[in-house]
Design a protein around this ligand. Sequence first.
Ligand SMILES: *[C@@H]1O[C@H](CO)[C@@H](O)[C@H](O)[C@H]1NC(C)=O
Ligand SMILES: *[C@@H]1O[C@H](CO)[C@@H](O)[C@H](O)[C@H]1NC(C)=O
Ligand SMILES: *[C@@H]1O[C@H](CO)[C@@H](O)[C@H](O)[C@H]1NC(C)=O
Ligand SMILES: *[C@@H]1O[C@H](CO)[C@@H](O)[C@H](O)[C@H]1NC(C)=O
Length: 203
Amino acid sequence: MQYLSAFVLLLPSVLAAQAPSFVKPAAGPLDASPNSGGPSNGSLPKPSVVAGKQFDRFIQIWLENTDFESANSTATFANLATQGIRLDQYYALTHPSEPNYAAVVGGDFWGMADDNLYNIPSNISTVVDLLEAKNISWASYQEGLPTDGYAGFSFTSANYLNTAAPPYTYYVRKHNPTIIYDSVAGVPARAALHRNFNDFAAD
Ligand SMILES: *[C@@H]1O[C@H](CO)[C@@H](O)[C@H](O)[C@H]1NC(C)=O
Ligand SMILES: *[C@@H]1O[C@H](CO)[C@@H](O)[C@H](O)[C@H]1NC(C)=O
Ligand SMILES: *[C@@H]1O[C@H](CO)[C@@H](O)[C@H](O)[C@H]1NC(C)=O
Ligand SMILES: *[C@@H]1O[C@H](CO)[C@@H](O)[C@H](O)[C@H]1NC(C)=O
């Protein structure tokens, strides 16, 4: 088993077909990117790193609605793949989004077959329990998350690209796997580790 020092999920929470054009994340911790619908909230205290046998940090970047062929042919990822392995037989379990996200952190999709609001009971553990048992720090960075630990179903705000357009939904909970589990969302210190994507660079 690999030892991990960071558990990072970058989850686009908008549908590609409706998404405004990409605007770069904030350059610094005190600068907000209008793209992510929330300001940077500073940086977390730097944790001690648990040394791994092969690597010390583990970062998952989730590109919802990006075809494998697109990601695989992107120069940045192709370059990264030369430094490791490419798991090209790694498939979703089911459809639509939410059950797949839930399964990645909890090992099961619990019979879910839609993107509705679910609170998986607090007696169900997740990868967070495994990480914390080894003192391995983690955080989840979500585009458009309005506040740290936000557990609401979605977040809608003014469309910054077109003020004449209706408000735009920047964040949806179905793409935020750990917040769906009460064993995470119900523990304030864990909930607070769900942060806006603008915080990723600062952290
Ligand atoms: C992914 O890209 C690499 C080149 O970077 C290519 O060799 C490989 O065949 C591609 N994999 C698939 C499944 O298309
Ligand atoms: C977890 O709690 C739920 C109700 O909150 C209960 O239905 C379920 O049986 C419990 N599961 C386990 C494994 O204890
Ligand atoms: C985690 O940290 C606590 C407090 O510093 C310590 O008591 C415990 O032994 C550590 N656990 C592991 C698995 O390193
Ligand atoms: C920023 O982080 C602090 C804790 O460090 C928290 O109390 C506060 O609610 C956070 N603000 C936002 C906007 O998330």
